[in-house]
Design a protein around this ligand. Structure first.
Ligand SMILES: Cc1cc2nc3c(=O)[nH]c(=O)nc-3n(C[C@H](O)[C@H](O)[C@H](O)COP(=O)(O)O)c2cc1C
Length: 329
């Protein structure tokens, strides 16, 4: 079976523009929205929250919530909008999310999560997947994780994205909870050994081809978050390595990626979207390359003014090319 490569949902990063950018980079990448709470859909502006671009397919929508009926209602809306998958957030440890009784704290309520899965499946018919941690607080033994997987998979979830860290619900911020608890990939591997019929995908701290290679030897896929933002070219390298595209010139480089995304920017500018909301996603594309600093400074150094157009990106590209040619001459 083909391995799964997924973009991790990240609030304030994996918006529609970032996802389109990733689609240009990695045609087979499974995309996910940022977490959207059921409350914000039910009480807020549905149109903006559920919006996505057709090029994003396959794209999953990630929900935060704990009420089976509300989740099912939102899942039905997502299905009508054309999303390909519903993903449930069982990993976010923020206070706000805990106060609303969803995210990582739901690992302690597997029966409730199972009811949510059943209801979403019953009402929407879309595949439902779960993104979770390996444990929370003192509940960090393998049996706790295995019990969660057993109950929620019996309810109809066949694909799990497992962030290989536990979360501390008190005392650590969400940011600290993404680096301080140690990564324990062995627990994720054991889930796959014990539940071979499920698709198990590793998440957390994956930023090299060799790491990807080693996870894929034991699991069904990898989900990558921060590295896709810090160094988007890494995703291109993965795409080239695992899904070489015979129609694409081997010279397709960073500039070609930027230019293809510029066509999207151009369309969006015409619809009144501000350049900076889209150009910010290009910041890391020259990561580690000569001229990267110039690129970032020109692109977003002083923040492009709101009526700025694509000429800013054009001149940043010229500057990078100049620096790179100078270094090579
Ligand atoms: C800025 C930021 C926002 C995040 N927002 C979400 C989110 O909305 N939903 C979610 O499931 N995880 C969220 N995460 C966690 C990531 O999906 C991922 O699990 C985590 O960053 C570990 O993967 P990585 O080491 O590849 O980044 C967020 C992470 C970051 C850095």
């Amino acid at each position: 079976m083909e391995k799964i490569f997924a973009l991790a949902p990240m609030m304030s990063i994996t918006d529609r523009h970032f996802r389109v950018f990733m689609r240009h980079i990695f045609p087979r990448l499974q995309l996910y929205t940022e977490m959207i709470s059921t409350g914000s859909i039910i009480h807020g502006s549905r149109h903006d929250l559920l919006d996505f671009d057709p090029v994003e397919h396959p794209v999953g929508i990630q929900f935060g919530g704990c009420n089976p009926n509300e989740l099912a209602f939102c899942a039905r809306l997502a299905q009508e909008r054309g999303y390909d998958e519903i993903n449930l957030n069982i990993g976010c440890p923020s206070d706000r999310v805990q106060n609303a009784r969803f995210g990582a704290c739901l690992m302690a309520e597997p029966d409730l999560v199972a009811s949510c899965v059943e209801e979403i499946k019953r009402i929407s018919g879309l595949p439902i997947t779960i993104k979770t941690r390996i444990g929370i607080d003192k509940y960090d033994d393998y049996e706790f994780l295995a019990d969660f997987i057993t109950k929620t998979s019996n309810a109809g979830c066949n694909r799990f994205f497992i962030h290989a860290r536990k979360a501390w619900l008190k005392g650590l911020s969400p940011r600290q909870n993404r680096s301080i608890p140690p990564l324990e990939y062995d627990k994720v591997y054991k889930v796959k050994e014990d539940f071979p019929h499920l698709q198990i995908i590793a998440n957390g701290g994956i930023h090299s081809l060799s790491a990807v290679e080693s996870h894929l030897g034991k699991l069904d896929g990898v989900m990558i978050g921060r590295e896709a933002n810090r160094n988007p070219w890494f995703m291109k390298e993965l795409s080239n390595h695992y899904f070489a595209n015979p129609d694409e010139s081997p010279e397709t480089g960073r500039e070609a990626i930027v230019r293809s995304y510029m066509q999207y920017i151009e369309e969006q500018l015409r619809q009144g979207v501000a350049l900076k909301t889209m150009a910010r996603h290009l910041m890391g594309i020259y990561h580690g390359q000569k001229g990267a600093r110039h690129w970032r400074r020109m692109l977003c150094g002083d923040g492009p003014v709101s009526d700025a157009g694509l000429e800013i990106v054009e001149s940043a590209l010229r500057q990078v090319t100049r620096v790179q040619n100078f270094q090579h001459s």
